[in-house]
Design a protein around this ligand. Structure first.
Ligand code: 2RA
Length: 332
C-alpha cells in the first residue's frame, strides 16, 4: 500500500506522521507531499530521510491512499486529481464536508457508511469531532433535541503561525512580527474563529451546526454555537448544554460515556478531577466531565468536553479512517 501524506510539513501533517508511527499503521511506501515552497526539504521519519515531493510527482506515483492536510483551496484543486489517478483521499479541510456526494466520517460513529467507491472522504472539523464522539451514544439513547455549545479553542487550530504569535507575545517579542489574529491573543480571548457569515455567526460556528447534523444523520437536531479562541495550546474545550427528548439518569449517562469507544470520563469534582487541555495534549481520546443536570429546565444535561484538536480533531481521526479502509479491504 502506497501512502501519501499531503501537507506533511504543516502542524496537522506532522501530527499525522506521529499517529501513523504510534499506531503502527502499515504501508509499503510512504510519500511526503507539500506545496512548492517545501518541495526538496527533508523529513526524517522512523529513522529514514524522505525528500518532500510536489503534487504532480505524487500523483505520478499513484498512491493508494492520501491523507490531505493542506487547506480547502488546495484540496478542491488537487483531491479530485488524486482521486482520478485511483487514490483514495481522506481530507482534513472543509472542502468536501457538506457535499451531498461525500461522506463525513467519525469512525466511532459512522465508518460503516464507507464503500469501495468512496474516493474523497471528508474528515470533520476538530470542534465538531470531539463533541459528536461524546454526544453520539447519548443521542442514540435519549435523542437530542437541542444543543447549545460554547468553545474554548487552542491556537494550534489556526496553525504554526498562530502558535508563533502567542509565544512571541508571551515573550514580549511581538513588535514587527506578523499577526495571524486581528488582535493580541496572549492574555486575551477572541470570540471569533474563521470568517463571519451573513447571519452574524462565524464559519466555525456554522460548521458545528451543519456537520453535527450530517454526522449524527439527524436534521431535526437544533444547535447553536459560539466559538472562541483562547491562548492555549493543548486542545479545544467545549461547554455543551444538551436537551434530550427522553428523560435520562445521570449515573446511566456517566456509565454510557465510560463504555464509549474513544471517550474517557474524568468527572470527580470532590477530587477536583475534570478534563483540561493540558492533560488532553498528545492524547487520542475525548475527555468528558462536569456532568450535571441543567437545573433550569427538564431533560437537559451540562457537560465539558476536551480533546487535542490536532489528534482526535484531525490526525487521529484521519488515520482511524485509513485503518478502517485497510481492515475492510476498501483500499488496495
Ligand atoms: C480551528 N477549527 O480550531 C479550526 C481548525 N480546523 O480554528
Amino acid at each position: 500500500m502506497k501512502l501519501a501524506v499531503v501537507g506533511a510539513t504543516g502542524l496537522v501533517g506532522n501530527e499525522v506522521l506521529k499517529v501513523v508511527k504510534e499506531r503502527n499503521f502499515q504501508y509499503d511506501e510512504l510519500m511526503m507531499v507539500a506545496s512548492p515552497r517545501s518541495v526538496g526539504k527533508t523529513i526524517t521519519f522512523k529513522g529514514q530521510d524522505y525528500t518532500v515531493i510536489g503534487m504532480e510527482e505524487a500523483i505520478s506515483k499513484q498512491p493508494d491512499l492520501a491523507i490531505f492536510s493542506a487547506g480547502g483551496s488546495t484540496s478542491l484543486e488537487w483531491a479530485p486529481k488524486f482521486a482520478e489517478a485511483g487514490t483514495i483521499v481522506i481530507d482534513n479541510s472543509s472542502a468536501w464536508r457538506m457535499s451531498p456526494h461525500h461522506k463525513l466520517i467519525v469512525p466511532e460513529i459512522n465508518a460503516t457508511q464507507l464503500r469501495i467507491d468512496d474516493r474523497i472522504i471528508a474528515n470533520p472539523n476538530c470542534s465538531t469531532i470531539q463533541m459528536v464522539v461524546a454526544l453520539a451514544p447519548l443521542h442514540k439513547k435519549y435523542k437530542i433535541k437541542r444543543i447549545v455549545v460554547s468553545t474554548y479553542q487552542s491556537v494550534t487550530g489556526t496553525g504554526k503561525a498562530a502558535v508563533d504569535q502567542l509565544m512571541n507575545e508571551r515573550a514580549g517579542n511581538s513588535n514587527g512580527v506578523d499577526k495571524v489574529y486581528p488582535y493580541q491573543i496572549d492574555l486575551n480571548v477572541l470570540p471569533h474563529i474563521d470568517v463571519f457569515q451573513d447571519n452574524g455567526y462565524t464559519k466555525e460556528e456554522m460548521k458545528m451546526v451543519n456537520e453535527t447534523k450530517k454526522i449524527l444523520n439527524d436534521d431535526s437536531i437544533s444547535l447553536t454555537a459560539t466559538t472562541v479562541r483562547i491562548p492555549v495550546i493543548g486542545g479545544h474545550s467545549e461547554s455543551v448544554n444538551v436537551e434530550f427528548e427522553q428523560e435520562f439518569d445521570l449515573a446511566e449517562v456517566r456509565a454510557l460515556l465510560a463504555e464509549t469507544n474513544g471517550v474517557v470520563v474524568e468527572d470527580d469534582v470532590e477530587q477536583l478531577k475534570y478534563p483540561m487541555p493540558i492533560n488532553a495534549h498528545n492524547r487520542d481520546e475525548v475527555f468528558v466531565g462536569r456532568l450535571r443536570r441543567d437545573e433550569s429546565q427538564p431533560k437537559t444535561l451540562n457537560m465539558w468536553i476536551v480533546a487535542d484538536n490536532l489528534r482526535k480533531g484531525a490526525a487521529t481521526n484521519t488515520v482511524q479512517i485509513a485503518e478502517y479502509l485497510a481492515e475492510h479491504n476498501l483500499v488496495y
